[in-house]
Design a protein. Structure first.
Length: 198
């Protein structure tokens, strides 16, 4: 009986036999190390990034892009015109296999989403938004609350710093019953995912 027990213990201690007892929550890759299954959201982010020829499978960048999908900040494409400044809202959209940036057409905007910003002075941009738009080429303004009142507020600011860049300035928004202050940054390109097709 001792020989049978010793043989059984030896058999189950062999490499690969532990797979019989592994949980369904993990799998083993070709080098024997365990991998954790990824969510459909993570797979879509990785798929989107893999289509970018400049993507180098940087795990840190992938995590930052996943953060952006989970907690997107406010994003506006802004441009100077002869009459002032125009903007249009940008949002992330799932394509099923990945993500992409799309124009969100709000009520009152032109068919391509642009609408004039006639009351920028009310937002108290510091520095002035017009001074940051040196050319007529559109740029992207990403913003999140300056003071985090919720976990989402905090996560949005992390998304901005991780993917859009450091804070450039501040502005304030006057609601019916409150004034909120926001940090913002300006960039020439949208991060992580394909920009809208015109």
């Amino acid at each position: 009986m001792t020989a049978t027990l010793a043989t059984a213990l030896w058999f189950f201690s062999m490499p690969g036999c532990a797979l019989l007892h592994s949980s369904s929550d993990s799998s083993s890759n070709s080098n024997g190390s365990e991998t954790v299954p990824i969510s459909p959201q993570q797979a879509a982010v990785a798929n989107s990034l893999s289509k970018n020829p400049e993507y180098d499978k940087d795990e840190d960048r992938t995590l930052k892009c996943e953060q952006l999908v989970r907690h997107p900040p406010g994003v506006e494409e802004v441009r100077r015109t002869k009459n002032g400044v125009e903007s249009r809202e940008m949002r992330l959209e799932s394509t099923g296999e990945g993500y992409r940036w799309v124009v969100y057409r709000s009520r009152g905007s032109a068919p391509d989403g642009w609408h004039p910003q006639n009351h920028l002075d009310r937002l108290q941009f510091d520095p002035l938004l017009q001074s940051l738009l040196q050319s007529k080429d559109p740029q992207y303004l990403a913003y999140a609350p300056m003071v985090a009142e919720t976990a989402q507020d905090s996560e949005q600011m992390i998304s901005i710093v991780d993917t859009f860049g450091q804070k450039v300035g501040t502005f304030e928004w006057q609601g019916k019953d409150e004034t909120r202050h926001f940090n913002f940054t300006i960039t020439k390109h949208l991060p992580c995912f394909p920009e809208p097709e015109e």
